[in-house]
Design a protein around this ligand. Structure first.
Ligand code: URA
Length: 237
């Protein structure tokens, strides 16, 4: 038994909040009865659920790995009319959505799925999935700043937890450095804020890896389905 709004959200109707509103508005029926009770639980394997008179079907789950280009918003729709990552994912019938977020200007690895449970599992801080970013930063980064990035940086929303930070390249003529930063949290604009806080603002940012998943074989702007083995492995991380 699960809450009605959770079942509806997992079936791709809308976000949980929106589904709560649909329920409150009397637009949802379970086995032919209008349900408006907020905490109502149903069993989707046995109960028939209708929204506005249309029965909802459980979609089969799909999982994609996208190499997001910069210049796309990580969202299903954008009120400002900017291009979203879903504009890249053509010909997919299921109602997929992004797992976590990459900034508009950030490129790299992004998962999309219609499996709410796995999406929550991946995003949950307790599972501490590695996220590896390549950042091109302004300035010649030195060991002291890298050490601070590793130990923790004080941001507006508190100290960051221990990270790995490696300098891959320093380009004297351009006055830039390339670093690889591995973090386990997923705060808003975290990498950009961490680098800024140690005095090396980010010029370009790309996510290279999430847990064991990499961009190998997926060019920017392209995507591929995850294999069943990869999905299983993500569940076990
Ligand atoms: N950290 C950032 O600052 N931006 C991203 O898009 C991802 C992580």
């Amino acid at each position: 038994m699960e809450r009605l709004q959770k079942i509806m959200a997992q079936a791709g109707i809308a976000s949980r909040r929106k589904c709560e509103e649909l329920i409150a508005a009397g637009r949802v029926k379970v086995n032919g009865q209008v349900i408006t009770e907020p905490g109502y639980k149903a069993d989707f394997t046995r109960d028939t659920i209708e929204v506005d008179g249309r029965e909802i079907a459980r979609e089969s789950h799909v999982y994609y790995l996208l190499n997001k280009p910069a210049g796309y918003i990580t969202s299903v729709t954008d009120p400002q009319g900017r291009k979203t990552v879903l504009d890249i994912m053509q010909g997919i019938e299921e109602r997929i959505y992004p797992v976590g977020r990459l900034d508009y200007d950030t490129s790299g690895l992004l998962l999309l799925t219609n499996d709410g449970e796995l999406a929550n599992h991946i995003a949950h801080p307790r599972h501490e999935m590695d996220k590896v970013y390549e950042a091109v930063v302004k300035g010649m980064i030195e060991e002291k700043a890298l050490q601070t990035l590793r130990q923790g940086v004080l941001l507006e929303d508190g100290m960051t937890s221990p990270a790995e930070a490696l300098c891959m390249n320093r380009n004297k003529s351009e006055g830039t450095s390339v670093i690889h930063l591995t973090i386990h949290e997923g705060r808003n604009r975290q990498v950009r804020r961490m680098c800024e806080a140690v005095g090396f603002p980010v010029i370009r940012l790309r996510r290279l890896r999430l847990a064991f998943l990499t961009l190998k074989g997926v060019a920017e702007g392209e995507y591929r389905a995850l294999t069943p083995e990869e999905v299983e492995r993500l569940r076990r991380v």
